[in-house]
Design a protein. Structure first.
Length: 514
C-alpha cells in the first residue's frame, strides 16, 4: 500500500496495527536498573501517551481539533498568553510558581464533541469558550521545569498530544538547556513548533531575537514562526490589549485556513515515521533485560557453588568432629568412662540394664554434642554463601539493586536434625550394648570426624554405616547451602522481562503500513 492512497483506505489497517502495537508496548517492562533503563521506561510512557492521545484518536475518526500545546519554563507567561488569545481569563496566571498546577484545555463549543471521552479530558480541565479558534484546542501545560515531579511528568505527557507546540520562553530563560532539550525532542518527533519570546525589554530585543533565531536555525527550526511579545512590566491582571495579537491572529489563521487539519495529519505522519526506530530501541532494551536476568541466575548459582563444595569437602574430611566433639569422646571413652568398653578389647560391655542405659545415654549425648557442632558448620557455610550471592547480585552492573529478595531464616538446625533422624532410622546395634539413640549418636560422631567413635560404630553397626552417614551429611549440608540461591532465583523469575521479538515484529508491520 502506498502513501498516495486516501486516508480512509489507510486508516482501518493502521488502526488495527496501532491497537496491537499498544498492547505490545504495554507488556514491555524494564524492571532491572540497567544503564539506560530509566530512559527506556520514559520512552515507553511517551509512546503510550502518543498512541492514546494522538494516534488512536486520529485513526479512529476523521475530524477533530488540532491540539496546540503552550509549553515552556516556569514564569514564561503561558497562561497569560492563552488568556490573551481567548479574550478572557480561563487559566490562572500569577507570580507564584508553579502557577499552572493543573493543565487547562480550551476548546470551541463546536469541537467539544470530537474530544469527548478522549485522553485529554483525563489529563486536563476542559474549558469551553467561543473565543477559542474553531478547529484548535489550546492546552496550557504545567511548567517543563516545575519543582513538582508530577507537573514535569504531566507536561512531558501533554507534549506528546501536541499537533503544534507553541514553545514559550523569555529573554532571560530562552537559553536554558532543559527547554532546548525539549524543543529538540519535539522537533525530532515531528511536532510542528512555533516559538514565543515573551516579556522582552526593548533594549535587548535585537540581540536576543538574533541569537534565538540563530539557535533555531541550528536546530533545523529556521522556518518555524517566531513571535515577540514586549515586556509589559509587573502585571496583576491580563496582558494589555494588542501585545499577543500577532500570536492570536496567526492561530486564528491556522484554524480558518484548515491548516489545523494539515497540522494534525503532518504530526501524525511524523510520529509514525519515528515510531519504528523507537520500537527498535525498546526491543534492544528488552533483550538486554532478558540477558541481565539470565546473568543474574548464573551469578547466584556460581556464588553459592564454592561455599557448597567447601562445606561438603570439609564434612567428608571429618573436620566437623575436631574440638568439642573429640574432647567429649575422649572423656567418655577413657578408662572408667561409660564408653570405654566400646574401645578397650580387655573390657566387655556389660549387658545389665544400668550399664547399657548409661552407655546409651553417653553415646546419645555425644550425638547431641556433634549435632550442635554441625549446626555451626552448616550455618557458617550458609552465611558465607548468602554473602557471596548478595555480592554477586549487587556487585555487578545487572541492575538488581532495587529487586527485593526475602532470604528465609537459618535452616541449619532443621538440616542437621533431619540428618540425625535419618541416621537413627537406618542403624542398628547388638541388643544390650546400645539402644537406638545410642548407636545413632555413635555413628553421627564418627560421621562428623571423631575417629574413635567411627571405629566403635563400625564394629557395632557395620563398616559402611559411618561412610554412608558422612556422605549423606555432606550432601545435605551442600544442598542447604545451594538452597540459598532459591529466593534470588524466584525474584528473577517473577521479573516481568520479555524479549524484544514482539516489538520487532510490530516495527516491521509499521514499515508495511508507512
Amino acid at each position: 500500500m502506498t502513501t498516495d492512497a486516501p486516508d480512509s483506505a489507510l486508516r482501518a489497517p493502521r488502526l488495527d496495527v496501532v491497537t496491537d502495537l499498544r498492547a505490545e508496548i504495554e507488556r514491555a517492562a524494564f524492571p532491572l536498573d540497567l544503564p539506560g533503563a530509566a530512559g527506556l521506561r520514559a520512552l515507553r510512557e511517551q509512546l503510550l501517551t502518543q498512541i492514546d492521545a494522538r494516534l488512536l484518536p486520529r485513526l479512529a475518526r476523521t475530524a477533530g481539533p488540532a491540539v496546540v500545546v503552550l509549553g515552556g519554563s516556569s514564569g514564561a507567561g503561558k497562561s497569560s498568553l492563552l488568556n490573551a488569545v481567548v479574550g478572557r481569563e480561563i487559566s490562572e496566571a500569577g507570580v507564584l510558581r508553579p502557577t499552572t498546577r493543573r493543565a487547562v484545555l480550551a476548546v470551541h463549543p463546536d469541537d467539544v464533541a470530537a474530544l469527548s471521552g478522549g485522553p485529554l479530558e483525563r489529563l486536563a480541565d476542559v474549558v469551553v469558550d467561543e473565543g477559542v479558534p474553531r478547529g484548535l484546542a489550546l492546552l496550557d501545560a504545567p511548567d517543563l521545569d516545575s519543582v513538582h515531579p508530577h507537573n514535569r511528568s504531566l507536561s512531558a505527557q501533554l507534549l506528546e498530544t501536541a499537533d503544534l507546540w507553541v514553545f514559550t520562553t523569555t529573554a532571560s530563560r530562552y537559553g536554558d538547556a532543559a527547554a532546548w532539550h525539549q524543543l529538540t525532542a519535539a522537533h525530532e518527533r515531528g511536532i510542528t513548533t512555533a516559538v514565543v519570546l515573551n516579556r522582552v525589554p526593548g533594549r535587548v530585543l535585537a540581540p536576543v531575537r538574533a541569537d534565538l533565531l540563530a539557535r533555531m536555525d541550528d536546530l533545523g527550526l529556521g522556518s518555524a514562526p517566531l513571535f515577540v511579545v514586549p515586556d509589559a512590566g509587573a502585571l496583576d491582571g491580563p496582558l494589555p490589549d494588542g501585545l499577543a495579537e500577532e500570536l492570536g491572529a496567526w492561530l486564528r489563521l491556522v484554524a480558518a485556513s484548515h491548516q489545523g487539519e494539515g497540522l494534525a495529519g503532518r504530526t501524525t505522519r511524523g510520529v509514525w515515521a519515528a515510531l519504528r526506530e523507537q520500537l527498535l530501541d525498546l526491543a534492544v532494551g528488552l533483550d538486554d533485560q532478558v540477558e541481565a536476568a539470565d546473568a543474574l541466575r548464573a551469578a547466584v548459582h556460581h556464588a553459592a557453588q564454592g561455599p557448597a563444595e567447601g562445606v561438603a569437602d570439609a564434612l567428608r574430611a571429618g573436620r566437623a568432629g575436631a574440638g568439642a566433639p573429640t574432647t567429649r569422646w575422649l572423656s567418655l571413652a577413657s578408662t572408667g568412662g561409660p564408653l570405654a568398653p566400646l574401645v578397650d578389647p580387655r573390657l566387655r560391655p556389660g549387658r545389665r540394664g544400668g550399664a547399657a542405659a548409661a552407655r546409651s545415654a553417653a553415646a546419645a549425648g555425644l550425638g547431641d554434642e556433634v549435632g550442635a557442632a554441625l549446626e555451626v558448620v552448616v550455618a557458617d557455610a550458609v552465611a558465607t554463601a548468602t554473602d557471596a550471592v548478595r555480592r554477586a547480585w549487587h556487585g555487578r552492573e545487572l541492575g538488581a539493586e532495587q529487586v527485593g529478595v526475602e532470604v528465609p531464616a537459618d535452616r541449619s538446625h532443621e538440616v542437621v536434625a533431619r540428618w540425625r533422624a535419618d541416621v537413627r532410622a537406618v542403624v542398628t546395634a547388638p541388643a544390650g550394648v546400645l539402644d537406638d539413640d545410642g548407636i545413632a549418636g555413635l555413628v553421627q560422631a564418627g560421621a562428623a570426624g571423631v575417629a574413635g567413635a567411627a571405629e566403635a560404630a563400625a564394629a557395632l553397626a557395620g563398616a559402611e554405616a559411618v561412610p554412608r552417614a558422612r556422605e549423606s551429611l555432606a550432601e545435605a549440608a551442600a544442598e542447604a547451602v545451594r538452597s540459598v540461591v532459591q529466593p534470588f532465583l524466584d525474584a528473577v523469575d517473577e521479573l516481568p522481562v520479555t524479549s524484544g521479538t514482539g516489538l520487532r515484529l510490530r516495527a516491521s508491520e509499521l514499515k508495511e503500513h508507512a
